[in-house]
Design a protein around this ligand. Structure first.
Ligand code: MN
Length: 325
């Protein structure tokens, strides 16, 4: 069933300068057609909201919430695209020194280069290409994130993503947890006809389960699609779903182009997204059940109420989130 869309998507109302899809919608006189029976509507394609340094070692382009899509993407709070950037050899370990987090999870996905991490619970380690670090800050950790020592000495290309995933209220003050998911334990599903593959980091894809343990339902895939090939993704009705294109150029749902370093946001209705690569593509697929709870946010703390933020600042200053040894 195909139907005309006569009213603008509600995301087109409001101050979203990077909302290219709305310009397309207006250009076509509001007649952009969508298959609303099963295919998810594409509601927006966004470019980076800002380009800045995190510490002295992580040049990032912020996709969430920079582009104004935060509320439509719960439980995903933030997505920073790190690099890709070539670093010259150095004896210094660039990065971000000691800082706290409370109330959510930080997920670091590496594509190139190596990052070393250690935190106040004694957890830590090095993640390299294909590896994922899923850190549950929950009641609070203090950590540092640096270029790994040997990588820094040799220099090289650094590319990754840091994604922040919110925690339901019931888990915000639980004990911190640390999951290192190495490349080899992240299962890859080969797509038909040599179209590419889907690495399942969290949730499941075609009955293959990813290794990450999560506190609310999340599907997170590293999708690689070859030029000229297409695939269908089934993402649950009611979930917030998005594609972030790191490399390449794709067309979604048969007609909408998404370029390199753009993020496409889909509506909650429907279950199917069709992705076709015009150029070989690297895509992060995010889909999660929205957490329908209030958000109070201040820097590295994400809670439900303002008084909990004040408490978080106080607890950090009082050393209750620990220190690096
Ligand atoms: Mn951090």
């Amino acid at each position: 069933v195909r139907s005309g869309m006569n009213t603008p998507p509600r995301w087109c109302e409001g101050p979203f300068p990077s909302l290219r899809h709305c310009a397309d919608w207006r250009k076509e006189g509001g007649t952009m057609r969508t298959d609303t029976s099963i295919t998810k509507d594409l509601v927006g394609v966004y470019q980076a909201g800002s380009h800045h340094m995190v510490g002295d070692g992580f040049p990032v382009r912020n996709m969430i919430p920079g582009a104004g899509v935060e509320e439509q993407l719960s439980p995903f709070l933030m997505l920073d695209y790190l690099g890709p950037q070539q670093f010259p050899p150095t004896d210094r370990q660039l990065g971000v020194g000691e800082h706290p987090h409370r109330g959510f999870e930080t997920v670091t996905i590496m594509y190139h280069g190596k990052v070393a991490h250690r935190d106040s619970t004694g957890s830590g380690g090095v993640i390299g290409p294909g590896d994922v670090q899923w850190m549950t800050a929950a009641s609070g950790v203090v950590h540092e994130e640096l270029h790994e020592k040997e990588f820094a000495k040799r220099g090289g290309l650094l590319e990754g993503i840091q994604l922040w995933v919110n925690l339901p209220k019931a888990y915000k003050m639980t004990a911190p947890r640390y999951q290192t998911l190495v490349d080899a334990e992240i299962p890859a599903v080969e797509l038909d006809g040599g179209a590419g593959r889907v690495r399942v980091i969290a949730g499941e894809f075609r009955s293959v389960k990813g290794p990450a343990k999560t506190f609310s339902p999340v599907h997170l895939y590293d999708l690689r699609l070859k030029a000229g090939h297409r695939t269908e993704l089934d993402l649950p009705e009611g979930y917030n779903s998005s594609l972030f294109v790191l490399h390449g150029q794709v067309v979604v749902n048969g007609s909408q182009a998404v370029q390199e370093v753009e993020i496409a946001l889909f509506g909650r209705r429907g279950e199917r997204v069709v992705v076709e690569a015009k150029q070989e593509a690297t895509i992060l697929v995010l889909s999660g059940e929205p957490i329908a709870e209030p958000i109070a946010r201040y820097g590295p703390f994400v809670m439900n109420q303002r008084d909990e933020i004040i408490q978080a600042v106080h607890d950090y200053q009082a050393g209750k989130m620990g220190h690096l040894s």
